[in-house]
Design a protein around this ligand. Sequence first.
Ligand SMILES: [Zn+2]
Length: 115
Amino acid sequence: MSYEGTEEFICDLGHYWTADALTFMYADGEEKERTMTCSHCKGRAKWWSSIDETNGFYENEPRTFEAKKTLVGFYDVPLVDHRGNHYVGLLNKWEPDPTARWELLPTDEEEANDA
Ligand SMILES: [Zn+2]
């Protein structure tokens, strides 16, 4: 059975998003970069984690479910409904839990220095 899973990302501002692991694995450089870019603030992913869903979910196997993260606040998001009425939505602000398997990704600068 081939690998199945989900990649998790948190940007510098605490926005959280996910991507399909296989799609991410086989994406080219440009698509990878796009996947690692936050759709809310256009910042680069700062934290990364992988959920292994190949064999389903096991309560005693943290790798098979979302890495623990803490809700630390909200951002106001200006939105417009289908009638053109403006309203404010909420966007969660997350912090990776230090005990979870979150990995700190290199910044653009650090990656440029490695090249
Ligand atoms: Zn963001």
